[in-house]
Write a new protein. Structure first.
Length: 384
């Protein structure tokens, strides 16, 4: 005999979230699925800084000042911390509408637009929203079945609507939005300073080494080791040189956007500087206020609740044996009060049919017309 046992399986919400994201550490880390360029970013930063700390810093600390490696370590740790914070966090993903909510929104849209004749294009699904005495259009997302909040956009790579969407950055392996933009900006700013720092002191290192060669005129094994170190230094200089053009330029561009309280997506689309010449309703008209809002404003909590619990029941069968007497049949199971039927719950139990005991009297058989009553055995015993 097998008994079905229902067990509750704990499922986290991140396991059921739609979109193209990767989750690690039980939902604590959230990234995009395309992470190859992110690993390249880690390799370039770690590799260049490791060579710099292993060779140039040791020499410069003795020849110039021990502050040089300390300041480089501070910049390196800050850049790595902001990079990981940008890459491993929720950028501000907006949850998709539930089936009931999506059906209600569709009903509202149909009631507003009315029936569209066949062959005609339906009107755009747009809601008007007023911000600082200016009308802003809220667009409908056909994937998430919601009207996106102001400044939100749908990322085609992660397949999610992101609040205050700036852009999708493959170098950090994540979208850049409302909840991680400040960390992204601090990352590229610190990386620019670190790159300039390493580039400058690598040139100083090469100059000091060449001057030392001219003064001492070392030959032999020491000259060969010095030459190999110089080759590694030149490699670092080349990496920093090509990195400077992109990272420093990107930092300058985002500094301009922060000063105007504008996003990359809005700048590319020309939302506030295009043909319409509409004034940016999010700008305070002051560079300091805009920088304080973007970089120092309150950070909103994540609305995904990635580690929330969804409980699902799964049934498992267990084999068991029930002792029976010889020559007896299995009594039918009846459902008593407060008891579930067998096989449906772990609280189920078999209740045997009531059997006649020696002290109980059997019920009289119902008499039909034309039949004589049959005396009971106990009555006969009593007469004798």
């Amino acid at each position: 005999m097998s008994v079905m046992v229902a067990r509750k399986k704990v499922v986290r919400k991140w396991e059921k979230l739609p979109g193209r994201n990767t989750f690690c550490c039980d939902g604590r880390i959230m990234m995009a699925r395309q992470k190859g360029i992110f690993y390249l970013t880690l390799f370039l930063i770690l590799g260049t800084c490791t060579l710099f700390f292993a060779f140039e810093c040791r020499y410069l600390a003795v020849q110039l000042s021990p502050v040089i490696p300390v300041f480089a370590a501070v910049l390196f740790l800050f850049a790595m911390a902001t990079l990981l914070r940008t890459s491993f966090s929720d950028p501000g993903v907006i949850p998709r509408a539930l089936p009931d909510e999506a059906a209600f929104i569709e009903m509202e849209i149909e009631a507003t637009n009315g029936t569209v004749p066949q062959g005609q294009r339906p009107p755009p699904r747009i809601k008007n929203f007023q911000i600082n005495n200016q009308i802003v259009k809220l667009k409908y997302c056909y994937t998430c079945k919601i009207f996106r909040p102001p400044r939100a956009s749908h990322c085609s790579i992660c397949d999610n609507c992101v609040e205050r969407f700036d852009h999708h950055c493959p170098w950090v392996g994540n979208c850049v939005g409302k909840r991680n933009y400040r960390y992204f900006y601090l990352f590229i700013l610190s990386l620019s300073l670190l790159t300039i720092y390493i580039f400058t002191f690598n040139i100083v290192y090469v100059a000091l080494r060449e001057e030392e060669k001219l003064v001492t005129g070392r030959l032999g094994l020491l000259s060969g080791c010095s030459q190999s170190l110089t080759v590694l230094t030149v490699l670092e200089v080349l990496i920093c040189f090509f990195t400077l053009w992109s990272v420093v330029g990107l930092t300058g561009f985002h500094t301009f956007l922060v000063a105007l309280n504008q996003t990359t997506n809005e700048d590319i689309k020309g939302s506030w500087t295009g043909k319409n010449r509409v004034q940016n309703p999010y700008s305070h008209g002051n560079i300091v206020k805009n920088c304080c809002e973007v970089l120092c404003g309150p950070l909103p909590p994540s609305v995904l609740d990635r580690r929330g619990i969804l409980q699902q029941e799964e049934s498992t069968a267990q084999d068991g044996s029930c002792p029976r007497g010889p020559g007896t049949q299995e009594p039918p199971a009846t459902q008593g009060p407060g008891q579930a039927q067998e096989g449906h719950s772990v609280l189920s139990s078999q209740v045997p049919a009531p059997s006649m005991s020696d002290t109980e009297m059997p019920e009289e058989k119902q008499q039909t017309p034309g039949e004589l009553p049959v005396p009971s055995l106990d009555a006969g015993r009593a007469e004798h």
